[in-house]
Design a protein around this ligand. Structure first.
Ligand SMILES: Nc1ncnc2c1ncn2[C@@H]1O[C@H](COP(=O)(O)OP(=O)(O)OP(=O)(O)O)[C@@H](O)[C@H]1O
Length: 244
């Protein structure tokens, strides 16, 4: 694979169930994410966005096709190996932050390398928390932070292992629009300044407009792309896909 490629899905098909009740959630989907790019995935409800994200993360195995994360091919890996690859190579950001309430900000971020049995790079940890604007709140607990602040900590946690790709599932879904925009600007900054690669599933055309490119899914297939998207263009495409 091209070394500039962070994530590649090659003709990924995912079928749930069998026989009459089988549902093809993804049909021969191929996507390549260059390093240092920000991509949004959009599509109507049931179009396969979550399945796409789960296959990309190695949380779900494709029925056919391959997924490559950095220089590792996930196909055929056993669950233990997949777990290790996920920890090392993927950073996750969810709508619900998922921070550990008993741990401080610093401890939440440090937990990720700890789980991989690695030493915590304190210099990198502090730099990340500074970059996400949480450098002066290292000892706070999640309950003492706003939603936007918790999401910033979750983003630092996603980056601590220097992953090949950050996968974000509706990262602004629980935030008011102003705080959501700050979080999206932060993703943009991390892509532009740190060369991080971000893949974000969203329903929000404004969120998608922060990406370099939008990939549209419909009925489990790629229904189009939009480079340098504006929110208005994204809304219009979504209307055509029947998601208005
Ligand atoms: N575990 C499963 N078992 C059976 N069918 C599933 C399963 N997961 C998803 N599906 C089906 O696969 C299709 C794609 O679902 P998916 O959750 O990927 O869509 P989505 O675009 O993320 O939807 P939403 O925007 O509503 O979250 C849907 O028809 C869904 O019902």
């Amino acid at each position: 694979m091209n070394r500039m490629c962070a994530l590649r899905l090659n003709a990924v098909t995912k079928t749930y169930g069998a026989g009459e009740s089988a549902v093809t959630a993804l049909h021969e989907v191929s996507v390549e994410l260059a390093r240092g790019t920000f991509t949004a995935v959009m599509g109507p409800s049931g179009s396969g966005k979550s399945t796409f994200l789960h296959c990309a993360a190695g949380l779900d195995q494709p029925t056919s096709g391959t997924v490559q994360l950095g220089d590792v091919t996930l196909s055929g890996m056993k669950e233990a190996a997949l777990t290790a690859v996920r920890r090392e190579r993927v950073g996750f950001v969810f709508q619900a932050y998922n921070l550990m309430s008993a741990l401080t900000v610093e401890q939440n971020v440090a937990l990720v390398p700890r789980l991989s049995g690695r030493d915590v790079d304190r210099v990198w940890l502090r730099e990340l928390l500074l970059r996400v604007g949480m450098g002066d709140r290292l000892d706070r607990r999640p309950s003492q932070l706003s939603g936007g602040q918790q999401q910033r900590v979750a983003i630092a946690r996603a980056l601590i292992n220097r992953p090949d790709v950050v996968l974000a599932d509706e990262p602004t879904g629980a935030l008011d629009s102003r705080t959501g925009r700050q979080v999206l600007s932060l993703f943009r900054h991390l892509v532009d300044e740190l060369g991080q690669t971000v893949l974000m599933v969203t329903h929000d055309p404004v969120a998608a407009s922060y990406a370099d490119e939008v990939v549209f899914l419909a009925d489990g297939q790629i229904a189009g792309y939009l480079r340098r998207p504006t929110a208005a263009q994204v809304s219009e495409r979504m209307t055509h896909l029947g998601a208005a």
